[in-house]
Ligand binder design. Structure first.
Ligand code: AMP
Length: 308
């Protein structure tokens, strides 16, 4: 496993890999790796000739009151995990090489990024899309792997690749969870034992909404209302930021879940820790949802088993 910090080093490594006839997979991360990240690395290692994992705690996606300075970091541990998971290269750039003084060119999305997490995290997706675009330009991967865990982010990246003509396939991988259902996240490390116990409420609420949907309720207003009530009735310190049901492909509003597929998304806080989760809603007789068949036909997107 090689650790490279400079863009030129990455470009050379990619050039050599291509000369050797290898395809290039990229897994962008902010480090403090867990099984969710490693599932993306394994997917890349099994599908690509070389796998590059970037580790960069991207400052521009954090708000002024957010956890940038205390975001968990442990490079030694990350490298050990990656060496055992099939990664070939870790790209670990310095902040200054990503953002020069006076940096002022951004990728802004003006629609989907304004809702859901965008309501409380104002410049978050601008930071995410800008760093992902930069990584795509530096690495020029054939395939880039992202998690369904960050659903809104995944849709925005698929759209960015399509609309800005990046020639990369985006693969969205299923959510990896703890045994009790909590979606794995680097931020789970912030939770104390009692908060950790309570954190399962996010996934429980999604499952509750799913059950209500399966047993026949299909009004988005009703489902979100009873889901919110369930959350409040079954949590003590957890605070709900949003519970919303959207069209799973476009994240547009829905009134009724009649046309497959929909996604229920949740965000909230336990103490100071912000957590998110989501679940695809599908009737049991519907086939497994694969993201945007129509995009697959254009070759822009490959997705399997896009569900939690
Ligand atoms: P992060 O380090 O939080 O920026 O995450 C890096 C990538 O890992 C993103 O594409 C995330 O969606 C993905 N990821 C994070 N947690 C999970 C999880 N529990 N299951 C699957 N993918 C995940």
């Amino acid at each position: 496993l090689q650790v490279l910090k400079e863009k030129e080093e990455i470009r050379n490594a990619v050039k050599n890999a291509r000369l050797a006839g290898k395809t290039v997979g990229l897994v962008p991360t902010m480090g403090y790796l867990h099984e969710g990240h490693l599932s993306l690395v394994r997917k890349s290692a099994s599908g690509c000739g070389i796998t590059i994992v970037s580790i960069f705690v991207n400052p521009t996606q954090f708000g002024p009151m957010e956890d940038l300075s205390k975001y968990p970091r442990d490079l030694t541990r990350d490298l050990e995990l990656l060496a055992n998971t099939g990664a070939d290269i870790v790209y670990f750039p310095k902040k200054d090489s990503m953002y020069r003084d006076g940096f002022s060119t951004w990728v802004n999305e003006n629609d989907i990024s304004k809702g859901l997490c965008g309501k409380t995290r104002r410049h978050h997706f601008r930071g995410v899309l800008t760093i992902v675009a930069k990584l795509f330009n530096i690495v020029q991967p054939d395939v880039a792997y992202f998690g369904q865990k960050d659903y809104q982010q995944a849709i925005l990246i698929v759209n960015m690749a399509e609309e800005l003509d990046f020639s990369v396939k985006i693969e969205i991988c299923p959510i990896i969870r703890e045994q009790d259902g909590l979606a794995m996240s680097s931020r789970n490390a912030y939770l104390n034992p009692s908060e950790r116990k309570e954190a399962v409420i996010f996934n429980r609420t999604l499952r509750f909404v799913e059950n209500e949907f399966i047993s026949g309720k299909d009004s988005v207003e009703d489902l979100t209302m009873i889901g919110s009530v369930y959350f409040h009735d079954n949590s003590s310190t957890a605070k709900l930021e949003y519970l919303e049901i959207k069209d799973a492909e476009t994240l547009e509003n829905l009134k009724v879940i009649d046309e497959y597929p929909a996604v229920v998304l949740i965000a909230g806080k336990i103490g100071k820790t912000r957590l998110i989760d989501n679940l695809i809603l599908k009737k049991s007789d519907q086939p497994v949802f694969t993201l945007m068949d129509e995009m697959e036909q254009t070759g822009k997107t490959v997705t399997d088993n896009f569900q939690g």
